[in-house]
Design a protein around this ligand. Structure first.
Ligand code: NAD
Length: 337
């Protein structure tokens, strides 16, 4: 049984904790919080041991009546591996602590590839992380690109990708973030960082991306154009994406015409927190014109990369050398379609 610590129990950390707890070869030895807020209280109610990242704040947890099992350093003593889900930039600072403790660590997409030295996607480069000390699960957007571009590359080769990434302005809980009434080129420089990020896991792919923020919290949406090496028709692409795990074809004709309706579908599936780990691709959007493939997809930013964090644990600890075996195990435990 692999003992996993989750450092940073926020949007990503709480989902990774539940995904780890659902596996039969892993257990959560603790989660960490900086503040005695509702998430800290719920973590304890769910049965997770709670550790604090700022020891001077122990009194605040005492006053709030939230029991604490120790500090993050104490939590690391209990664990074989740590999943760091702290806010962007803090993970890289924590690396020194993990190195001193001699513990393997998995970081999230907010960290820079260069700060960690290795990036991870279950389909594109699982084997690169086998036995490594540290790896970084690429961001929600990059995971979304990888999930569909990798099977397309395997099917017919990719000459060139261009993608327009329509990004949610904030996560649902981020009440202070926007925009609330604007479309913002973000980053304003072209191409955006998403293409280079994909190359950290799909090496050699020729991709350029542009991105903008819009006033929505539900999902990201991607518009993807791919020049193909070998001629294939739209039906072959549909068939390949349909059989690819962690990808799902959705149909406007069935009422799944928007990110709002797709999130409603996730609720209908009875998923915890309405999560959609799979990448939905609009079937009607898939078309090949003059050897160029067009398609549109969405990304549930809060959850799509969570199964990848679980697979990364097996890769770093070398308990499973075959990526598809880990993917199937993770999927079964998380109810992924
Ligand atoms: P979040 O703010 O929701 O959660 C971060 C948690 O870490 C909070 O509970 C916070 O209290 C805690 N924390 C803060 N400082 C800490 C410290 N020094 N030590 C321990 N814990 C600390 O952030 P998030 O959205 O879950 O993002 C976490 C990482 O995942 C980032 O790298 C982010 O870029 C990446 N990511 C986020 C999303 C998303 O859409 N939210 C998607 C994919 C990847």
């Amino acid at each position: 049984m692999i003992s996993v610590a989750i450092n940073g129990y926020g949007t990503i950390g709480k989902r990774v904790a539940d995904a780890v707890a659902a596996q039969d070869d892993m257990k959560v030895v603790g989660v960490s919080k900086t503040k005695p807020d509702f998430e800290a209280r719920v973590a304890v109610e769910k049965g997770y041991d709670l550790y604090i990242s700022i020891p001077e704040r122990e009194k605040l947890f005492d006053e709030a009546g939230i029991p604490v099992s120790g500090t993050v350093e104490d939590m690391l003593e209990e664990a074989d591996i740590v999943v760091d889900a702290t806010p962007e930039g803090i993970g890289a600072k924590n690396l020194e602590m993990y190195r001193k403790k001699g513990i393997k660590a998995i970081f999230q997409g907010g960290e820079k590839h260069d700060a960690i030295g290795l990036s991870f996607n279950s389909f594109a480069n699982y084997e690169d992380s086998l036995g490594a000390e540290y790896t970084r699960v690429v961001s929600c957007n990059t995971t979304g690109l990888c999930r569909t571009l990798k099977p397309i590359d395997d099917l017919c080769g990719i000459k060139k990708v261009r993608a327009v990434m329509v990004r949610r302005g904030a996560d649902p809980v981020q009440v202070g973030k926007g925009p609330i009434n604007a479309i913002v080129p973000n980053p304003p420089t072209v191409p955006s960082h998403h293409g280079p990020d994909l190359k950290t896991v799909m090496k050699g792919v020729n991709i350029h991306t542009v991105a903008l923020l819009v006033p929505t919290t539900l999902m990201h949406q991607h518009n993807i154009m791919v020049e193909l090496e070998d001629p294939v028709d739209a039906d072959e692409i549909k068939a390949r994406l349909d059989e690819t795990t962690r990808v799902m074809l959705v149909r406007t004709s069935e009422g799944l015409a928007s990110t709002a309706e797709i999130m409603e579908y996730a609720k209908e599936l009875g998923r915890s927190r309405n999560d959609l780990f799979e990448i939905p691709v609009w079937e009607e959007s898939i078309n090949v014109v003059d050897g160029e493939l067009f398609y549109m997809q969405a990304v549930h930013q809060e959850s799509d990369a969570v199964p990848e964090s679980v697979d990364a644990i097996r890769a770093l600890l070398e308990v499973e050398d075959d990526n598809m075996k880990s993917i199937r195990k993770t999927n079964r435990a998380m109810g992924i379609l």
